[in-house]
Every structure is written in C-alpha cells, then in structure tokens.
Design a protein around this ligand. Sequence first.
Ligand code: PSU
Ligand code: MN
Length: 309
Amino acid sequence: MMDNPYLWISEEVEQALKENKPVVALESTIISHGMPYPRNVETALRVEQAVRSQGAVPATIAILQGKLSVGISPEQIDHLGRRGLSVHKASRRDLAVLLSQGMDGATTVATTMIGAALAGVKVFATGGVGGVHRGAETTMDISADLEELGRTGVCVVCAGCKSILDLKLTMEYLETKGVPVIGYGTEELPAFYTRTSGLKVDYRLDSAQDIARAFRAQQACGIAGGMLVTNPIPQQYSMDPDFINQNIDQAVAECQKLGIQGKEITPFLLDKVQKLTGGLSLEANIELVLNNARLAAQVAAALCGLAGE
Ligand code: PSU
Ligand code: MN
C-alpha cells in the first residue's frame, strides 16, 4: 500500500502495525464539525490519550493536502479544530476530488474506515455513526457511513445512534447490508446520550475478547464489511431521556423549518442540540467518546492476541 500516492501513514502507526501492536483509528469530522473549538481539539487529544492508556496507538485520520493521512500530529489536529466548519466534511464521494486537488478534508466515519482499511487498521472508535435520517422515506437521506459498514472490513466502536436519526430504520438498513450490530454488555441499542432506545441489538457480547473473536470470524470467512459495536454511555454521564429527546425534536423541527439539506444536516443538528441543552450534551458526548476509545483499544489488543492462533 505504500505505493499509493494518496496515502500517508505516520511512522509510529506504521511501526505498530508492522509489529502487530494494537492501533485504533479515530475520525476527524467529529473534531471540525462535531464539537466547538477549543473543546474539540482538547477532546481529540484526550481521546488519543485514552487509547494510549490501554496500551494501543491512536491513529487520527484526516485528508491533508491531498493525502489520506493516518496518524496525524497534535498540530494537525489543532489546525482542523480551529478551521471547524470551513474544512470540507469528506465522505466517500468527496475523496476523488479532494485527493486529486491536493485539498484538506475532515473524514467522516465512512472515509475514516476507508483510510483505516488502506493502512491495515482494524478497529476504529468514534462517538456516533451516521444513519437513516428521520423522514428518509421521502428525502432518501441515508448516511454513506452505513454503506461503508456494509463493504469495508473495520470494527467500529460507537455509543449507538443519536435519535436525530430514525433508529429503527437505521437498524433495518444495517441488517440489509449484513452488518452485525453488537451491544457491549447490553441487549438494548444505546442511543448515544442515553443507554436505552427501546430497540434491541443483534447480539450482546460482554468482553473485548468476544468482540475480537466475532470480528475475526467474519474476516476469516471473507465476509466483506464491518461490524458495529455499540457501547452504552457510562451511567453517571447518561442524560435524562425526556430532556434530551425534547431538545432533539426541537432541533429537528428547526432544521426542517430552515430547509437545511444534505451534508449540513448532521452538523447543524449536533450544534443545535448542544446549544439547546446549554452544553450539557457536549459533556455527555465527550465522556462517551473517551469510553469508546478505551473499549476500542481493548478490542484492538485482543485482535492482536488472536493473530497467531
Ligand atoms: N454523529 C455524531 N457526531 C458526529 C457525526 C455524527 O454524533 O461528529 C459525524 C460523523 O463524522 C459521521 C458524520 O460520520 O457526522 C455523518 O454525517 P452524514 O449524516 O452527513 O453522513
Ligand atoms: Mn446525508
């Protein structure tokens, strides 16, 4: 893969991969479009630290000057965080032009998976994945993240889906794409800010080791596609469901009223919910990402342990 002129891998990440040491991919749209500056940069650096605390190497991924860059530096994270919404939000369809024109882009879950897969990184931690938006039966707004999960072999650890999405349709879509949705220590699909959603995951697994084994079995059989591990927000940081859902409903209503469309919808809703909750949701968001980073690092370590078997 080193002969791909559009791929750059940091020395630390490359070395770790060569030595079969655990590596965890991290996305950059959450930095530029998911949180306000400077909390975004501070969080991204804390998330890297959380990965290290479990003995794994973090690989934050972004597009920098036309290269899909795996393992960017703290200075580059700061650059993306300061630029915020003025950085291109880069999903699968954006890669061709951004790479060939030598541009910058913040990678969504979909493009972070692509970068991770090209580099050979198997595990990726984030907050929430994109999904089927409410009203998708008429708008057809379905995140490219779901397609990517259906085709690219990366294990994605998230805190479930936000109820800015239609969770039921999102689960149906993942089933159609053949993506296993695992609940870590839970039978219920977590809904990002809350541990409950009223929906079931496909399977409950209770250890990083079991998650690694399941992912390995899928890969060993040549089944294309990823796996979605949903890790509930720790109890002490979870939000009151009525409070958060009322605010989400209000944000969605405002989004529709303003006629916001396409790739702007998710960043708009994230920002609106943060403002409506007076920043409370941001604190929950930060804690759940840290929690996911730790679990992802444990899964990555378990996968490395299985490599010889
Ligand atoms: N959900 C979050 N935080 C985020 C995102 C989603 O709670 O930062 C970002 C991720 O990068 C995700 C992207 O891949 O939004 C999905 O955007 P869209 O719905 O436009 O595909
Ligand atoms: Mn969309």
